[in-house]
Write a protein that binds this ligand. Sequence first.
Ligand code: SF4
Length: 550
Amino acid sequence: MSYLGFQILYFLLKSLPYADAERVYAPWVDMEAALRRAGRPLCSLEGDRPLGEFDVLGVTLQYELGATNLLTILDLGGIPIRREGRGEADPLVLAGGPGAYVPAPLALFVDAFCVGEGEEQFPEALALLSGLKGRPREERLRALADIEGIWVPAFPRPVRRRFVRDVSSTFVPADRIVPNMGIVHDRVATQVFRGCFRGCRFCQAGMTERPVRERSAESVLSEAESALARTGYEEAGFLSLATCDWRGLPEALARFGERMRSGRTKVSLPSLRMDAFSVELAAGLQAVRKGGLTFAPEAGTRRLRDVINKNLSDEEIRSTLEGTFANGWDRVKLYFMMGLPTETEADLDGIVALCKEAARMGRSAGRRVSLAVSLAGFVPKPHTPFQWEGQAPRAVFRERARSVKSRLSDRRFEVSYHDPEQSFLEAVFARGGAELGPAIEEAWRRGARFDGWSETFDLRRWEEVFRDLNIDAEGLATRERGEQEPFPWDFIQVGVSRAFLWRERCRAMEGIPTQDCRSGCAGCGLGLICREGALDRDLPSSAEEDVSRG
Ligand code: SF4
């Protein structure tokens, strides 16, 4: 319910003359058991129709550990799990979202993957399918394979990511579905731009969602105001990968000012950067109530931040924290990653030192601060400069996390770390290929459910399956790949060139940062498309060279 992309596609489909949409979610384990006991199929929320009766089942693949949820939905909905087992009357199963950038592990179960943004390709696909209704399944799939951005495992061929060039003319929902219970991020979400200027080397979205395409403050506000009025929400969220970088932000906040001052509407901004501008913004937004502030330095030393291209100096971190405490916050959350390429003991010492210094600064500002420190394990993601890297073994993660935790053991700190076993499985699925399909099915048959939830996650079950099916999961996650080694996702062209990613990887190893797209083009391979797009400045010739090099 918190996912904006879902709401955009839902209302878009409902606006089409040849389509309609209803929702379904994977039920929690108790509801699954109840449905099975009662012999009832999983049905859509709006019309209470069994999933097997629909023409198309569309699924968003949010991240790697959702794989078994897909199988639960199919099976409970009365749809054969494997695509080969589906007959003429079964729905076509289409999948999109970030998981479609690495589709091979799910190719056994999905009829067609929609790679990239859905606003153009999804209606195209549905228009085509509505014209072919009643035609043989194979004919419909063949036709889908001809749509740019759609990859059909039955007729595999390289596919290029689809994306909307002009976000000012794309579909924007005036409405939102209002949940009937509290949800995460319970507010009107509005997207302010797509892509990211920054170029952090570990970040998949920062690479796959290029180029930056900004919306005007005018259009964002009119969407937010309409949705606020129609839903009764009193809070709006301006979403993007880095909202502080949105050039429309000052204007949007100024124009929203009266609503905010009168207390009618709150505004929330995700992903604050560690700079003075962000603290000023946050101070303006939370004039009355000071909740917590969250920052992501990602690494403990300037050296390692240069490796990952975070471009954040110790001085900037210090002055941001100073500003944070001076403005009245006493709860701060800091995110770090562990196991990043080239990490050493000194980088862990850096995390500890940075946290202790933050606590000291809070005290000298006269505040009793509490610092939440969150440690996540690095997962090498496809389509990033770190796709060649191996993940650190789980024992190393655990050891490093314990070491940091033991050194931040007093009451000022609350240290938590992401389960290294889940990060490991995430890396297996991020980097594996079609060989994982049977393993996903087998683990699901043996009871794997909601693997992204710690309550239900059990790595032992997966390890047994990998052993029984002779899959070298450790190797998939931890082995460093060679420069020319083929990847199972090579046939998905997201726009950035492999040459650029490798160049960035080499610069990372030398600790050389790369400028962000606003300061100058780094020649990622999108070149001409980027120039046609929303960035209103000239690209240096290196961008075009990169395009001609392919
Ligand atoms: S072409 Fe240049 S400016 Fe555009 S996204 Fe790539 S690196 Fe950034």
